[in-house]
Design a protein around this ligand. Sequence first.
Ligand SMILES: Nc1nc2c(ncn2[C@@H]2O[C@H](COP(=O)(O)OP(=O)(O)OP(=O)(O)O)[C@@H](O)[C@H]2O)c(=O)[nH]1
Ligand SMILES: [Mg+2]
Length: 315
Amino acid sequence: MKVLKIEEIVRGILDGDRRAVSRGISVIENDYDSTVARRIIKEIFPSTGRAHIVGITGPPGIGKSTMIGNLSAMLSKKGFRVSVVAVDASSPFSGGSLLGNRIRMQESLSKYGVYMRSLANRGMNGGLSRSVWDAVKILDASGSDYIIVETVGAGQADLDIVNLAETVIVVLGPGLGDEIQAIKAGIMEIGHVFVINKMDRQGAFIAMKDIEETLAMSPSGEWKPPVVGVNSLTGEGYETFIEKIQEHGNFVKNHSGSILRKFRTELQMTIIQELRRKFESDISLFLGDNAVIERLIREKVDPYSAAEKLVKKIT
Ligand SMILES: Nc1nc2c(ncn2[C@@H]2O[C@H](COP(=O)(O)OP(=O)(O)OP(=O)(O)O)[C@@H](O)[C@H]2O)c(=O)[nH]1
Ligand SMILES: [Mg+2]
């Protein structure tokens, strides 16, 4: 395989060339903090901001991937360019079966000309990892109209999707049992569109009513999150579902608050990253000095006091 130069990767991304997009994302996946990765993002950034970034989250097995298949097919048929990012927990337990799932998903999506990439999540502080944010930028700059991001379906990375995506879709359904309360606890505040999947199953209408009631009791701003029911095996309900996604996209475009909040979050994350980068070598120099560590142990200095002193010294 021919090695692409940075300029070629950048130009290719801006031209919507898939090979360049894949290369760019691989560079970022390898090390988002490398000089090359940073250069790519800096150069493509002016061409970002056009895509509608849609996050999809919900408990395992609820039908997120099936839904992404349907949405991608329908949006492509309407003439939109769709890209998909599947974020997987980098857990050693999911391994093989997950890989199989992703390959199947990739195959069915490529039928519609949809570009899909799966990324392992190695997030800082349990959030979405930085490489996911930057992969989305590359897909944005490459001319995607929609970028759909599927999150792992558990924990902090799911909640963090609200900082990355403009529109967060929360997928729920029948048969979640007693777990439903725990699932709802984290997820209700971040959704812009709520979808009840598996409307063909028993208990779907009860699940839908439950979500509607919960939403009616929660405070909401100018945007009132709609609840739609779909059957992902037949495609029933999808026209309304897509309308709601587009309505929310238009809402966001006309309300700068969300853009402001998102840029602030990303900037804050980047500043912390930059500070860490700046002081990392000083910290390891200090920690590498056994004599210093031995003295701290001997004098029973607690880690907080030691850290405070060190930080004062290096900043
Ligand atoms: N009856 C019914 N089954 C569905 C529907 N949508 C999806 N399924 C099935 O539910 C199962 C799980 O679907 P996935 O799309 O893999 O679910 P997921 O949320 O992506 O799962 P994870 O990625 O593992 O969290 C599959 O067997 C689907 O065929 C639906 O509307 N009705
Ligand atoms: Mg899935």
